[in-house]
Design a protein around this ligand. Structure first.
Ligand SMILES: C[S@@+](CC[C@H](N)C(=O)[O-])C[C@H]1O[C@@H](n2cnc3c(N)ncnc32)[C@H](O)[C@@H]1O
Length: 250
């Protein structure tokens, strides 16, 4: 089995595919100060199986185009939307966040939780901006340094994983330079990583290894996930996801 297929199999059974939480999505919705009297058009980019999409659809009067490049995740979201009676508001679509089919000034909101890193924060905020209406809202969570100084070990780890990691002040500066005004910012608390993401993932390891007859590739994937969790446990004082909410300047 290809490694991507294993990654999909390990992650598709989770409620979410990265750190986050329902109350944090709701907090970002509040900070966005959206006009709830209006019908909104929202894109949720890198939606995974749709934890944030379902929350947005429950809270807002909106049509949500939910995009992820893994068709298996999109299919699960489609089923979950049907089961929640939200399928008339949720439009799942397999596709890439760096090749979108929206037209300029089409969207009221672009949402993306734990996913913009796939194309890089700077590229993402600049590319997506054209699809937002003037004063439209961008809400993204992005890996962020919590301190100005940090141990060499964690610096080297993230330099290898995602060299665009930076402090909130640097990310906010990039948003301002790209033509956004900050509406709000907060840090995802530890429970978004542990209770909502890593602990459920750990509970799936044994079944996953059984399903794949303890193949070398399956064991390697589980080891890599365990190592990621250990890095978080050891260095969580220094990094988290920052949630950035900003509006497009006309
Ligand atoms: C860390 S997961 C977060 C998923 C979801 N937003 C959540 O919070 O549970 C990142 C997601 O981005 C998706 N992804 C990666 N590269 C992508 C791309 N180029 N276009 C669209 N989705 C992508 C992955 O398939 C995955 O579902």
């Amino acid at each position: 089995m290809e490694n991507l297929e294993l990654v999909i199999d390990l992650h598709q059974h989770g409620d979410r595919q990265g750190p986050g939480g329902k109350s944090e999505t709701e907090r970002a919705i509040t900070l966005a100060s959206l006009d709830t009297s209006q019908h909104l058009k929202i894109a949720d980019l890198g939606c995974g199986t749709g934890a944030s999409t379902l929350c947005l659809a429950n809270k807002l009067n909106a049509d949500i185009i939910a995009v992820d490049f893994i068709p298996e995740f999109i299919e699960i979201l489609r089923r979950n939307a049907e089961a929640s009676n939200l399928s008339q508001h949720i439009h799942p679509k397999a596709g890439s966040m760096d090749d979108l089919e929206f037209i300029n000034n089409e969207l009221d909101v672009i949402w993306s939780e734990g996913a913009i890193y796939n194309i890089g924060f700077e590229q993402g905020i600049n590319y997506w901006r054209e699809f937002l209406k003037p004063k439209g809202v961008l809400a993204v969570s992005e890996i962020t340094w919590l301190t100005d100084h940090r141990p060499d070990e964690i610096q080297a780890y993230w330099d290898a994983q995602y060299p665009e990691i930076n402090t909130a002040s640097s990310k906010i500066k990039l948003l301002e330079e790209a033509g956004y005004a900050l509406l709000g910012y907060f840090v995802l608390p530890e429970r978004c990583w542990l209770d909502n993401y890593y602990h459920p993932l750990q509970q799936r390891f044994a079944e996953f290894l059984d399903r794949h007859s303890n193949s070398d590739d399956a064991q390697d994937l589980v080891e890599a996930e365990k190592q990621e969790i250990q890095v978080f446990e050891q260095f969580k004082a220094y990094f988290s996801y920052g949630f950035y909410i900003a509006s497009k300047l006309p």
